[in-house]
Design a binder for this molecule. Structure first.
Ligand code: MG
Length: 262
């Protein structure tokens, strides 16, 4: 049985190597399996940058109502809630956004911290890139400090990869900041990344591996990699949609959103 497992693992790896060889220098693959991600990271070296999206890749809400896999089933009430929020005065909108940030998060995969640490131990740079604002939102004084301490409490430390790097002065602006190995941006992700590379000319990354749950982010960063002649492996990581969840009472969940509106 043990031998069969090894053969299966080897076959999987071989399929990958053949797949990658046949796909040219920039490609995007879709997976919900962390083992596949690990295989793709096997070849990463000190000239590789591995980038992780935060929401729905590293972390997700601890509250079932906000899990991405439920959305298609409760779309009507969620959309109603979102439209309701848009009509509120700005101060009320901010309060609701702040309340969302106060809900604790958990890991999407329990073994993601291990993968990130093993990359860091091999001298591979890892970066977090999230399409979230920075600074104060309602009662949360600093979104970037909140996210960084949450990730650290869950065993992920991006700062470790960038201890000797300080790009804040030139790089940070109202829309985008680099904070302890994490980029928070309201620009498009590839625009933030392009600027990031411009501010770090001493790091000539030859390869980018980028995990995100949104295809459009991967497509845009792929284009940037093509222009800059970098090898690119985009991983459309869909674990949040397929992982095993407790049976969910949709009636209760829908009521939860309705209560938020009233
Ligand atoms: Mg995401």
């Amino acid at each position: 049985m043990k031998n069969f497992g090894i053969v299966k693992l080897f076959a999987k790896k071989l399929i990958f190597v053949l797949f990658l060889a046949g796909c040219g220098n920039q490609q995007i693959i879709k997976t919900d399996n962390l083992e596949t991600v690990k295989s793709l990271c096997d070849e990463a070296d000190s000239q590789t940058l591995v980038i992780f999206d935060m929401d729905n890749v590293l972390t997700e809400s601890t509250e079932r109502a906000f899990h991405a896999d439920l959305y298609p089933q409760i779309k009507d009430v969620v959309d109603e809630f979102r439209n309701h929020v848009k009509k509120l005065p700005p101060s009320e909108q901010e309060k609701l956004r702040g309340a969302q940030w106060e809900i604790p998060v958990c890991l999407v995969d329990e073994s993601m911290p291990e993968l990130i640490e093993s990359l860091q131990n091999r001298d591979v740079k890892v970066l977090m890139l999230t399409a979230n604002p920075h600074g104060k939102v309602a009662n949360v004084d600093s979104i970037e400090n909140l996210c960084d301490s949450r990730l650290k409490n869950l065993g992920i430390n991006f700062e470790k990869s960038w201890l000797s790097v300080d790009i804040k002065r030139g790089f940070n602006n109202e829309l985008t900041i680099f904070h302890k190995g994490e980029i928070f941006t309201l620009e498009s992700k590839e625009i933030a990344l392009k600027r990031f590379f411009e501010h770090l000319p001493e790091y000539n990354f030859r390869k980018i591996i980028f995990l995100d749950d949104k295809r459009k982010n991967l497509e845009k960063v792929k284009k940037l990699a093509e222009k800059q002649n970098k090898t690119f492996i985009g991983i459309e990581y869909l674990r949040v949609f397929t992982k095993k969840r407790p049976k969910t009472d949709l009636f209760f969940i829908k009521n939860r959103f309705k209560q938020l509106i009233n």
